[in-house]
Design a protein around this ligand. Structure first.
Ligand SMILES: [Ca+2]
Ligand SMILES: [Ca+2]
Ligand SMILES: [Ca+2]
Length: 359
């Protein structure tokens, strides 16, 4: 209150006297300008706001949603309103009789819009389709699988048209990939790809696949990818040839087959080489005798080898070597028989002559 004394204005604090409405505060020099949300004007604090409002003039709404867990129930969501707030159920939930939020079964309420199958779950739902149908892009309606591809005639897939979850696209069989036009399938060259090429040795690319092969002496294992050496009885490309090696074989070579010992020939090494054809026995009166797997140089008939030289056998010095009954005459390589005078020779034998009668 202002008092005027002797023309001078004095400020006097009258503690015991409350401010007169609508003034308040220190020295009562503030004035309440309360909005309609105010209850009254307090002579100390000014505007006293009703619940849900704040500010000097009670003009400001309190955002109760900023207060943690104000809605308590985890399925509730806080919605601020002017002067108050609401706790609503989150999407997919609704209030039950107890005032708490419970899942809405959209499949029963008919809210789902599912064309064929509706599957409710906590807080949500999903549409599905019967076998042979696919969910359309709206996630609700169903379309026949076969009809999807034929309905999209413009898709023109070179190999396979796929309809999945309402989307239609081209696909390729194994060994092919979709080219940049997303329609045409092109062969994958597995041989040129370190990861796809699983051949241990040679790789040949084919349409839709690839083939492994092995060098001679090896064959593909059961995995059709790894090369393994031929067993002891097979040889050649893919080990397809059998080694049925004969007596003259040293071993079965995985690449060449039967390897022959010296003196033997033929695929199975069972053919003797006739070394005598090349006339290996060069010394005088030597002759070549072929043997199985070899040959020997021996003296011709009537000669024998002495110190590596063929020398004439004197058949006449040993009665076992000649058949002469009377006279034996040695010659080079042979001998001849003759008879005493008065005997007649008949071959190597001598027959008695007239002389016997004179004795
Ligand atoms: Ca290929
Ligand atoms: Ca021979
Ligand atoms: Ca002789």
């Amino acid at each position: 209150m202002i008092h005027y004394c002797k023309g001078k204005a004095l400020h006097v604090i009258r503690v015991s006297t409350p401010c007169e409405s609508p003034t308040y505060g220190q020295n009562c020099n503030e004035t309440c300008e309360c909005e309609h949300a105010a209850i009254r004007c307090d002579n100390v604090k000014g505007c006293i706001c009703s619940e849900g409002w704040t500010g000097k003039h009670c003009q400001e709404d309190v955002d109760e949603c900023q207060i943690p867990n104000i809605c308590k129930d985890s399925f509730k969501i806080c919605q601020n309103t002017n002067g108050s707030f609401l706790c609503n159920c989150v999407n997919g939930y609704m209030f039950n009789a107890n005032g708490s939020c419970q899942d809405i079964d959209e499949c029963i309420t008919g809210q789902s819009g599912c064309n064929q199958i509706c599957q409710n779950s906590d807080g949500r739902y999903a549409c599905d389709c019967y076998f042979g149908y696919d969910l359309n892009t709206d996630r609700k309606t169903c379309i026949k699988v076969e009809e999807t591809c034929s309905a999209h005639k413009n898709i023109n897939c070179s190999h396979i048209c796929v309809s999945e979850n309402g989307k239609v696209f081209c696909s390729c069989p194994t060994g092919y990939r979709l080219s940049s036009d997303n329609k045409t399938c092109e062969d994958i060259n597995e041989c040129g790809d370190k990861i796809l090429n699983r051949c241990s040795n040679n790789c040949t690319n084919t349409n839709g696949g690839y083939i492994c092969s092995c060098p001679a002496g090896y064959q593909l294992d059961n995995d059709e990818r790894t090369c393994i050496g031929c067993d002891a009885f097979h040889y050649g490309s893919n080990c397809t040839n059998s080694c049925s090696c004969g007596i003259g074989a040293d071993r079965c070579d995985p690449i060449k087959g039967c390897l022959c010992k010296i003196g033997w020939n033929g695929k199975s090494c069972d053919q003797d080489i006739d070394e005598c054809v090349s006339r290996p026995c060069t010394g005088a009166n030597f002759t070549c005798i072929n043997t199985m797997g070899s040959y020997v140089c021996d003296c011709v008939r009537g000669y024998r080898s002495i110190g590596g030289v063929c020398q004439d056998i004197d058949e006449c010095i040993d009665p076992r070597l000649n058949e002469c009954s009377q006279i034996c005459k040695n010659n080079a390589g042979s001998y001849s028989c003759s008879c005493y005078e008065g005997f007649v020779s008949n071959g190597n034998k001598c027959h008695g002559g007239y002389q016997q009668y004179h004795i």
